[in-house]
Design a binder for this molecule. Structure first.
Ligand code: UDP
Length: 235
């Protein structure tokens, strides 16, 4: 059965593509086309964008930069991505609105529940910039929080691997991919690093289903929102 509303989490790493940092417009164009297929089928889509291709708060803090400032820098990095994603999506005929949890009136509207809801009901993709606007969080946790706020039925987390494995598939030939996994196992297993533990904890507590999948497989997003089982489902 197709989902009515989903949250898609795209990390900064995804936007960098062939580059080490920054934004690869070709890759964002790919995402625009993939998201369009899913949106054209009638599913409402909220996208939480990461910022790790520019700055991660925990990594940049130190040498005089406070952690809170580092996190502010990280949230600004997500805004840079969100602006690029919004333009590239629109250039590819995806109706898109960027709403920001860091208030910067010149560049994006404020993220307000009712406004976001209205855009979604009108079939526009909503890009959330600035995480949820508070420090000491990642965009994974922000993604689960926003999915709950916006009544999304599932969080689709795009990663470079096609799901969760029992050990690192790049290092072990016999690594096995889980089709389904329960939260308890995902939270307790230190080898499972596809999503941060705070995000997983919140999802577990609130019963928000997660899917870890590779968005570079053509049609993956559209097939997922149509209800196909792809990647690893954590529930
Ligand atoms: N961040 C934050 N609050 C939020 C979301 C993000 O403080 O609600 C900061 C945090 O420093 C994080 C950075 O923004 O490291 C960029 O996000 P993230 O590391 O999640 O990006 P990704 O790894 O998904 O590219």
């Amino acid at each position: 059965m197709a989902y009515k509303r989903v949250l898609l989490k795209l990390s900064g790493e995804m936007f960098a593509g062939k580059y080490e940092s920054g934004i690869d417009p070709e890759l964002v164009t790919w995402f625009a086309k993939e998201v369009k297929k899913a949106a054209d089928n009638g599913t409402e889509i909220v996208i939480m964008v990461g910022g790790g291709n520019f700055v991660r708060g925990a990594q940049i803090a130190g040498h005089g930069i406070r952690r809170v400032t580092g996190d502010h820098m990280g949230m600004l990095a997500t805004m840079i991505n969100a602006l690029a994603v919004t333009d590239i999506f629109e250039a590819n005929n995806v109706k898109t609105r960027c709403l920001s949890n860091i208030f910067a009136d010149q560049v994006a509207e404020k993220f307000v529940y009712r406004l976001a809801n209205k855009h979604l009901e009108k079939g526009r993709v909503v890009i959330a910039a600035g995480g949820i606007g508070r420090p000491y969080l990642t965009t994974d946790t922000a993604a689960v929080s926003l999915a709950l706020e916006m009544d999304c039925e599932i969080v689709l987390k795009a990663t470079k691997v096609d799901g969760v494995y029992d050990k690192d598939p790049n290092k072990h030939d016999d690594a096995k991919r889980y089709e389904t996994l329960d939260f308890q196992h995902a939270v307790e297993n230190p080898h499972i690093k596809v999503m941060d533990k705070a995000a997983m904890g919140l999802a577990m507590e609130q019963g928000m289903k997660l899917v870890i999948f590779n968005p570079m497989e053509e049609g993956a997003i559209a097939n997922l929102v149509a209800g196909d089982s792809i990647g690893t489902t954590i529930s």
